[in-house]
Design a protein around this ligand. Structure first.
Ligand code: 5AD
Ligand code: FES
Length: 347
């Protein structure tokens, strides 16, 4: 047993079979969770960082087969927030104790680099002690550089799956795993704190695919790793596929914490959607970040990546309160902190 943790922590040359046996049984769960929690407590104590998520546009030019806001979904009611709306969200978030704002949106051509940079600069000027995180998809290296130079610090771009064939089953021809990876390495190279990750239980995903995901993350070595269960959306061709499970997602969170002791790992909204106590379970298995919604209530139900998404009816303050209670119930504490990764001295 003890060997498992040592192996994960020390990044031995781990075989596919080792990973697959770990992933396919619940027999190590209690042990994995408690070891992962020890590691997180050693580095981050009981601190949970909060990131205010501002979903500023649900227009998207892409057609990822799993996603509710894909371009081809004519049932989606589209919206965009104005620059002023976005700044108001940040102001409200700041008062509630948020020191990171995550601007997330579909790949919306309306938001040119010029508009994005203008938003970044305004947030940077008004909230100099906050981190600005972007989650707006695949762009050119030049665009990423402009965002960085305007004052953005972090970028989230899940790789979704590190297997080329699996990637094809989830995305149309216009998108490629190769470009996705190019984006991620560009982001790191430019100096963004970079986040990647994947959906657990996405259609056609195999354990081998998940092993590839873990190996890819090892190579990228991102500061942030976001995983959440796949959840079907009624207006996609995957509407009848089963959702990913809380069990496998939480097991993977523990494995990720052991493999990446310093990573920032969120207990995601999708995890809270598949199970009422999903996020609490995630925290107890090594997650140390929560990303509550700061979007105006009027638009929340329109940012539906998957069915039955939670936290779409609440005001930002309610959401924060609800989460504080949940986090302390699980034995941790939300902190008002910019929440950068505590990098090890030796890499
Ligand atoms: N179920 C779960 N997660 C999804 N995402 C997109 N669609 C779904 C879905 N149906 C995730 C993707 C994306 C992130 C913003 O949301 O991993 O990167
Ligand atoms: Fe948003 Fe509970 S976390 S309402």
């Amino acid at each position: 047993m003890f060997e498992i943790v040592d192996k994960l922590e020390e990044n031995h040359d781990l075989s596919d079979d080792f990973f697959k046996s770990l992933l396919s049984t619940d027999k190590y769960d209690a042990y994995l969770f408690s070891e992962a929690d020890n590691v997180r407590r050693k580095i981050y104590g009981t601190d949970v960082y909060i990131r205010g998520l501002i979903e500023f546009t649900n227009y998207c030019k892409n057609n990822c087969y799993y996603c509710g806001i894909r371009a081809g979904n004519t049932n989606a009611e589209r919206y965009r927030l104005s620059e002023d709306d976005i700044l108001l969200c940040c102001g409200e978030g700041y008062k509630l104790g948020y020191r990171t704002f995550v601007l997330q949106g579909g790949e919306d051509p309306y938001f040119s680099d010029e508009k994005i940079c203008s938003i970044i600069k305004k947030i940077r000027a008004e909230f100099p002690d906050c981190a600005i995180t972007l989650s707006i998809g695949e762009k050119s290296r030049e665009s990423y550089q402009k965002y960085f130079d305007s004052g953005a610090n972090r970028y989230l771009l899940r790789h979704e799956t590190a297997d080329k064939n699996h990637y094809r089953l989830l995305h149309p021809e216009s998108l490629s795993l190769e470009n996705r990876k190019r984006c991620l390495f560009d982001l790191k190279d430019i100096g963004f704190q970079t986040g990647s990750g994947f959906m657990v239980g996405s259609p056609y995903q195999t354990l081998d695919n998940i092993v590839s995901d873990l190996r890819f993350l090892r190579k990228l070595n991102p500061e942030m790793i976001g995983i959440g269960p796949f959840i079907p959306h009624k207006d996609t061709k995957f509407r009848d596929f089963p959702a990913g499970t809380v069990e496998l997602t939480v097991r993977l969170i523990a494995i990720l914490r052991l493999m990446f002791p310093y990573a920032l790992i969120p207990a995601t909204t999708a995890l809270g959607t598949v199970s009422p106590l999903g996020r609490e379970k995630g925290l107890k298995a090594g997650a140390n970040v929560i990303m509550p919604n700061l979007s105006p209530t009027a638009v929340r139900k329109k940012y539906m990546l998957y069915d039955n998404k939670i936290c779409t009816g609440e005001e930002s303050a309610q959401c924060k309160n609800c989460l504080s209670n949940r986090v302390s119930g699980a034995g941790y504490k939300i902190v008002t902190d910019i929440g950068d990764a505590k990098k090890p001295n030796k890499v």
